[in-house]
Design a protein around this ligand. Structure first.
Ligand SMILES: Cc1cc2nc3c(=O)[nH]c(=O)nc-3n(C[C@H](O)[C@H](O)[C@H](O)COP(=O)(O)O)c2cc1C
Length: 222
């Protein structure tokens, strides 16, 4: 009899273990694979990655306009929209800014950024033919940088959804804070009263990489 009780207990315990493991792996499966049906938005979010190499191919004006519109559709605190977007699709101008940024970075005492760029092909803008500058109002209230960060994500996801590679890049602002800042600001028709917040490089990618690994432990479910 005691043997039977022990067996029953053992069986129950094993069932409990199996159920716990199943529940755990189902949770991961549900998040990774999507027991929920993946849709276009979720696929676009999952597909986005920082693209660091571009073809010599112009981005169609309609796509640039669609991305700029998506940028403007971003939410902002109290709907203040504390931004101005400069959409540059003149590859010659992007290259000119790129070259000046490279000179600035090369001249730094700290060579870490220079070395990183050299490892990535030697161009801070990765040969991208288009660049979106997200400028924020100089006198903006709290949350303006977060608002501009959301704009950068809208640009990035819109570009991804249109088959374009892209990378959100703080480096897009370097030239506008250097010795030739005024000259470059004039070239991009920088509006008065705004400062750089963030940028996104866009184009037809010729490199790919996996998006960063997600860490499921960074979510608490209650
Ligand atoms: C605010 C911000 C600034 C960034 N600046 C740069 C940059 O200047 N150059 C660059 O190559 N990537 C830049 N990145 C891209 C990150 O390195 C990238 O998002 C991160 O490594 C994760 O990789 P993934 O985007 O491919 O998932 C930036 C990203 C963010 C959000």
């Amino acid at each position: 009899m005691t043997q039977q009780i022990r067996r029953a207990f053992y069986l129950l315990f094993n069932c409990f273990l199996c159920l716990t493991m199943l529940k755990f792996s189902y949770g991961i499966y549900a998040i990774n694979r999507g027991v929920i049906k993946m849709n276009h938005v979720l696929n676009t979010i999952a597909d986005r990655f920082s693209c660091r190499g571009y073809e010599d191919r112009t981005v169609e004006k309609e796509k640039i306009i669609a991305i700029a519109k998506a940028a403007l559709q971003s939410p902002s605190a109290l709907n203040r929209q504390p931004w101005h977007i400069v959409a540059i699709s003149d590859k010659g101008l992007v290259d000119e800014i790129n070259d000046h940024v490279m000179d600035m970075i090369k001249a730094r005492d700290d060579q870490s950024a220079y070395n990183r760029i050299m490892e990535r092909g030697g161009k801070p803008y990765y040969n991208a033919p288009a660049m979106f500058l997200i400028l924020k109002k100089e006198d903006a209230a709290d949350w303006a940088d977060l608002d501009c960060g959301i704009v950068s994500q809208n640009i990035s996801l819109a570009a991804t959804s249109l088959g374009l590679g892209n990378v959100i890049a703080a480096m897009c602002g370097t030239a506008f804070d250097g010795p030739r800042a005024e000259e470059f600001k004039a070239k991009v028709k920088w509006p008065a009263g705004y400062k750089f917040s963030l940028g996104v490089l866009v184009g037809y990618g010729n490199t790919t990489k996996e998006p960063h690994e997600i860490d499921l432990s960074k979510v608490t479910y209650l």
